[in-house]
Design a binder for this molecule. Sequence first.
Ligand code: ARG
Length: 584
Amino acid sequence: MAYSPPDPATCALDAFRTSIAERVAATFPSLTFEQVYTGVDYGKKGADFTIALPRFKLGKVEDVAAKVIEQFQPDEYIETISHDKAFLHFQCRSTTVIREILTQVHALTHLAPTPCYGSNTSGEGKKVLIEYSSPNIAKSFHVGHLRSTIIGGFLANLYKACGWEVVSLNYLGDWGTQFGLIATGFEKYGSYEELEKDAIKHLFEVYVKVNKDADADPEVKAEAGRWFKRMEDGDESALKNWRVWRELSVKKYAEEYERLNIKFDVYTGESMVGKEWQDKALARLEEMGLIEDVDGAKIVNLEKWKMGKAVLRKRDGTSIYLTRDIGGAIERYEKYKFDKMIYVVSSQQDLHLSQFFKVLELMEFPWAASLQHINYGLVQGMSTRKGTVVFLDQIIKEAAQVMHEQMQKNEEKYQAVIDPETVSREIGITGVKIQDMAAKRINNYTFNWDRMKSFEGDTGPYLQYAHVRLSSISRKNPHLIPLPPPSQIDTTSLASSSHAREIVFLLGTYPDIVKVALKTQEPSGVVTYAFRLSHAISSAWEVLQVKSEPDLDKARARMWMFECARDVLGAAMRLLSIRPLDRM
Ligand code: ARG
């Protein structure tokens, strides 16, 4: 791992790692602080931190360990040291670790201008464009788009949390021959009234019908081709309806994304890619001898890189998906001068992405190296009870309904819920998101409604429940609020509880969870963390009671710790684009 300097102002545990690294470096003059610091890992065998000695190549590990141990002096940060074969284990002083971490969580959540515990500044001054969701207007919004939406939303939050300037883009499939087809079909099957009601649904219906016609009658296809050509040539009469379709579809999508707690800075689309960039790309590739002319169509030969041949321009001169992506990337660079651009697209399009990245590289754009494809596997089995899912709103509705029915099973609890509609929808969406982000992106997974709605096991509802329970503490203990300022809360009682120590130490690791997520660009580590924390809280719940604790100092310390735990759990959930609930 590369060295990144300690930053105790955002990660309290860095002060403890520093103390460890300083003493080991002081024992061996040949080692720098940086070298040792990089080697301080989270602990093995119950230790807080561990160093694997062989990495320093200092000779016989037993001798090295003995030397460190001999010179060890406990201080306010590190209490004990032990050694086991090639490993040195360190234990943080409980009183300090608890106080420092809780104070930091509290300060960075409640005293900062915006809550920022877990954030860092590693990306300061850098700009990233993240493209995700990108459904096709008039075709179905499949679960692949949902995955892109969820993973992309997470990445946008993650980069922001790491100090990057983020521009999020939704690159709609709003162009291409299929729009010529829909235009042809709209004359026969279209209704403005239906369009107003639900543009996405209506356009899809028209598309399905006219597709059938086209299969039966080649003239329909030819007509569609001519229509699209007129659109590409900028013929306003051919574009008029299309504009309305696009606008209404975007409006409808925006509402659904809002439900999902997903935002875009820019709604762009294939239709918006400037022609000049596509032309330039083609000209440049031609100059480089990479273009073959096959019956008037332009084909780029990428066989040398095992990426096959790809059409860049059709015989009638109209563009295709690949051309638009190439032109679009150039245009985006001109406009945004990004340091990095990410495309969140299904692994089914691996070849397409590598083709267009390759073309940009061949065109010698220095920024081509900063493009990244974040891919992901397939989702199986996500159909609603009525059948296959084609629209995003069906998924959201079904998730809300399934959850609503589940909640109604517990009559008494259900009666106490203030706004069951909203609550069940939020929990349902949480369930869908958690199932999606729980495993590595690249894995395929089978969606399971029963698991989604379950309050048991590592599920979305369980996570929301954990957050709600933590939020209830202050409501249930009015005699303890407001808590005194942190410096006046006596936390010594927490230090003697292994439950409390475990929870607090976990809270302290959150800033590292965020850093690792940025490195792996995987949401799964954050999901795992949220569950570990929830489990630790759940096992402490009975042991560290607040309400029934007669010693007010103890009760306050516990309450403070649980509030900090709620803050961090909430931060992790928000990072995953989940809205944490305070009541259910
Ligand atoms: N609209 C495309 C589809 O649904 C996904 C777009 C992915 N992004 C891109 N720049 N090609 O298949």
